[in-house]
Write a protein that binds this ligand. Structure first.
Ligand SMILES: Cc1cc2nc3c(=O)[nH]c(=O)nc-3n(C[C@H](O)[C@H](O)[C@H](O)COP(=O)(O)O)c2cc1C
Length: 312
């Protein structure tokens, strides 16, 4: 049993301390552990070439990222894809997960398990569980998209997220050491990852049920529904797991998000959402290739127009 903790904060900072607490418990329970900090690696930002999605959806083949072998991404992904458990620990920067983590996750597109499964790549047919920690200097109001964004990055990687934890009000490195409750909770999170690996088929969410609005993924953010590419969608949708329904008042007059009967038909938790998106990309890109000549012609006007830029 292998568990990888991936951190994105300062060296010896609060995130690393929380990750280590979780890993110490994981190790006590008999698993092999590794920890990396993204600051120690070279990761080229995704160029947006889309050669991976073009190959997936237009050719039905498993792609390789154009940067493969040119930076440290492959090294990290080998561990990430080979682990039974992943713990992502990321600090809040401007309400969101720190950019360095986002740069790493943008590169996941070429490694999307559900897209690889769609083109029959057997390397991606394996079970993984995960847990996430978002740490910050403030309260949830200033970390409002942090857990939600980190959660999305594991769900798109086909990882079953069994626990989520938010750590507030620890701005300076090591300040988390004044919060015994957070350290104990991190150990519990490590234990929950091991439980999840041992009981993959039956395990549900082991964290705080009241973490957020969504009863499926515990996101604390909801979005107004909009039509989907191939159907109407939902009145209200969870932007993380894509389950949908409406908000209703319970018997105590408290608002709750109620998932409608078929509201998980595009869920990010069981691969159906990713599969649906695969076909969406397939269709929208096909329209591009059908009209490529016309688009190339129309693009000339914009290529020829060169507004002043900033001299370097
Ligand atoms: C550029 C920057 C932006 C930040 N933005 C937020 C924020 O929006 N919300 C918050 O709660 N903390 C914010 N913080 C505080 C960090 O989340 C906090 O220092 C955290 O403990 C860093 O984790 P680390 O010790 O693992 O590096 C920010 C820090 C930096 C450097």
């Amino acid at each position: 049993m292998k568990v990888l903790a991936l951190t994105a904060g300062r060296k010896n900072g609060n995130g690393e301390i929380l990750a280590k607490e979780a890993l110490m418990r994981v190790e006590e329970l008999g698993a092999e552990v590794k920890m990396i900090n993204l600051h120690d690696y070279r990761i080229t930002p995704c160029s947006g070439c889309e050669s991976c999605t073009v190959k997936f959806t237009q050719k039905g083949e498993a792609p390789e990222c154009v940067y493969r072998g040119k930076d440290d991404m492959e090294l990290i992904m080998k561990e990430w894809l080979g682990a039974d458990g992943i713990i992502s620990v990321v600090p809040a920067y401007s309400f969101m997960p720190a950019g360095i983590y986002r740069v790493f996750c943008d590169r996941h597109l070429a490694y999307e398990p559900n897209f690889h499964k769609q083109v029959g790549n057997p390397d991606y047919f394996r079970h993984r569980v995960g847990a996430i920690i978002g740490n910050g200097g403030s309260t949830r109001s200033w970390m409002s998209l942090t857990l939600e964004c980190i959660n999305i990055t594991l769900l798109t990687q086909d990882i079953k997220v069994v626990d989520q934890m938010m750590v507030n009000r620890a701005p300076r490195p090591g300040q988390i050491l004044m919060d015994d409750g957070a350290l104990a909770r991190a150990r519990q999170l490590g234990e929950n990852v091991v439980k999840g690996i041992q009981n993959y088929d039956s395990v549900g969410f082991l964290g705080d049920e009241n973490l957020g609005w969504c009863p499926v993924c515990r996101s604390n953010v909801l979005s107004l529904g909009q039509p989907h590419w191939n159907e109407e969608g939902f009145a209200i949708e969870c932007p993380v797991c894509h389950c949908g329904g409406d908000i209703e008042k319970d018997e105590n007059g408290k608002w709750k998000f109620v998932i409608q009967e078929d509201g998980c038909r595009k869920s990010m938790l069981d691969g159906s959402g990713a599969r649906d998106h695969f076909f969406e990309i397939q269709e929208t890109m096909r329209k591009y290739f059908q009209n490529q000549e016309q688009i190339t012609e129309k693009k000339k006007k914009y290529a020829d127009y060169r507004p002043a830029s900033i001299e370097r």
